[in-house]
Design a protein around this ligand. Structure first.
Ligand code: SF4
Ligand code: SF4
Ligand code: SF4
Length: 224
């Protein structure tokens, strides 16, 4: 379980989930700071203000933001050239805050109000039709909330919630795949009611795996 200190640190991080800190999102970086294995200068979206806030929380000396990891703040959002999109869904899979909508073989689009500007969708696009665009250039044509230092805490709460929802969904999908594999191995189908909650899913996986083991043992016994 995460410590109270890691929670307090995470509460100060901007939650873009961009991984520029070198960790797989804001929560793992918070845990690394709490355990003393990472410095407080590694989050470019949080800016120098973020470093100073972390220093205050930890009663430590502040330090300059490590600009080698990226420019300070959130100044760009992703824009898809929809005329070139081939609907491969790779950008959806890469987006940590579920800010892209679209279906397989259909045009995809970024919901700009939810985009954290992390840039993680750009590299996976096979036809290079995603560009990071300065918010100042988008603002006249799109109704985009500025990602100013003052606006970041409210946006961070939204991005954290969206990231958590996504994380739970991916975890549930993984568990469901495990259940189905275990069902195939055991030769019996679990009731849909067994798949309603994560805890139930875990015990369903364990039960299905146990049945698969029993079946294998019985098969081995018959062949002895
Ligand atoms: S906003 Fe990006 S750099 Fe900052 S802690 Fe989160 S993932 Fe790391
Ligand atoms: S749309 Fe792209 S830049 Fe925006 S949050 Fe998703 S992955 Fe990051
Ligand atoms: S990765 Fe590029 S081509 Fe694929 S769906 Fe996203 S925008 Fe379209």
């Amino acid at each position: 379980m995460r410590s109270a200190l890691a929670d307090a640190i995470d509460a100060l991080l901007p939650q873009t989930q961009c991984r520029k800190c070198g960790f797989d999102g804001c929560a793992p970086y918070a845990e690394a700071i709490a355990s003393g294995s990472a410095g407080i200068d590694q989050c470019p979206p949080g800016g120098q203000h973020g470093v100073d806030q972390l220093a205050t929380l930890l009663s430590a000396d502040s330090m300059p933001l490590d600009l080698a990891r990226g420019t300070a703040g959130v100044s760009e959002l992703a824009l898809i050239d929809e005329s070139r999109c081939i609907g491969c869904t790779l950008c959806i899979q890469a987006c940590p805050v579920d800010a892209i909508v679209g279906a397989a073989s259909r045009m995809h689009t970024v919901m700009l109000e939810d985009c954290s500007g992390c840039g993680l969708c750009v590299a996976p696009c096979p036809v290079d039709c995603i560009a990071m665009v300065p918010i100042s250039a988008l603002a006249p044509a799109h109704d985009v909330m500025p990602r100013s230092e003052a606006a970041l805490p409210a946006l961070a709460a939204r991005w954290r919630a969206r990231h958590e929802t996504r994380r739970r969904r991916l975890s549930d999908e993984r568990l469901t795949r495990e259940v189905r594999l275990a069902e195939n191995a055991s030769g019996s189908r679990l009731a849909d009611a067994d798949l309603t909650a994560a805890a139930q899913r875990r015990s369903a996986v364990a039960a299905a795996l146990a049945r698969a083991r029993e079946r294998r043992a019985a098969d081995a016994g018959r062949h002895d």
